[in-house]
Design a protein around this ligand. Structure first.
Ligand SMILES: [Fe+2]
Length: 248
């Protein structure tokens, strides 16, 4: 089915919600363990919002940062189980699981050795990098993860200025290394600036995006998430047949 006319890339489908996506893989919904939801009531309200937007499954991803949010597999899974219990008690019907958004630094090597990494789908692992500056060991650490059998998903590649201000070819380098790219939905609205917006749009145009994620931290961000449904590139990525969110 050709959803796009030959003259331009305006999609012929109008999206009412995110049901085509099925699963979100990036958010901060476990109460009180990172800079996301502060309490269970907020978490439940956020999950009601996700459900009303057509999501069927939420795989939340609390930060794991060695000198910041010192979460462990145990704290994350305990938090997940409490949220699951609260969902059941409140009759909110949405599938809920938890992974982590691992900040990529040397501490990941110990986690590889101990097989202490939370994954989703086909052994995917979500990692983020510094926003400030390029770290010299990044590709070595990614390679170590890949050798250990993990499929590395890079969170919001369009938000790292040292990549997008350098050269778009950088993103092809990431793809060539077998790294999966997860674009943030809100980048398309310009929420993170023009560079991130342009880069996200171009990655969608060039079919480089493997996953998209909401990266939701707060209830107030749902308005933006809803508004993003009207964007041309949102329709384009949601109807992209190789988008992997749909496989989860
Ligand atoms: Fe995040």
């Amino acid at each position: 089915m050709n959803l796009f006319s030959a003259k331009d890339s305006t999609p012929s489908v109008k999206l009412e919600d995110y049901s085509l996506l099925h699963t979100d893989i990036h958010s901060h919904l476990i109460p009180g363990i990172d800079d996301g939801s502060p309490d269970m009531e907020t978490t439940l309200q956020m999950l009601r919002e996700f459900k009303s937007l057509g999501f069927k499954k939420i795989i939340t991803s609390p930060h794991v940062v060695s000198d910041g949010y010192n979460n462990t597999t145990a704290t994350i899974l305990a938090g997940r189980d409490k949220v699951r219990a609260a969902l059941a008690q409140n009759n909110i019907d949405i599938e809920f699981d938890a992974i982590a958004e691992y900040y990529l630094d040397e501490t990941i090597t110990e986690k590889i050795t101990n097989k202490d990494l939370l994954t989703f789908g086909k052994n995917y692992i979500l990692v983020e990098l510094s926003y400030q500056q390029k770290q010299s060991g990044t590709f070595d650490l990614i390679y170590k993860l890949q050798v250990a059998g993990y499929r590395v998903v890079l969170a919001h590649p369009e938000r790292y200025p040292y990549y997008y201000e350098n050269d778009f070819a950088t993103y092809y380098n990431l793809k060539d290394r077998g790294i999966y790219l997860q674009v943030n939905i809100a980048s398309l609205s310009g929420k993170y600036g023009k560079g991130a917006k342009y880069t996200a749009e171009r990655m969608i145009d060039e079919k480089m995006v493997d996953f998209i994620g909401s990266d939701l931290h707060r209830l107030t961000q749902f308005e933006n998430l809803r508004d993003c449904l009207r964007l041309k590139h949102m329709s384009k990525i949601l109807t992209y047949e190789k988008l992997l969110n749909k496989t989860l």
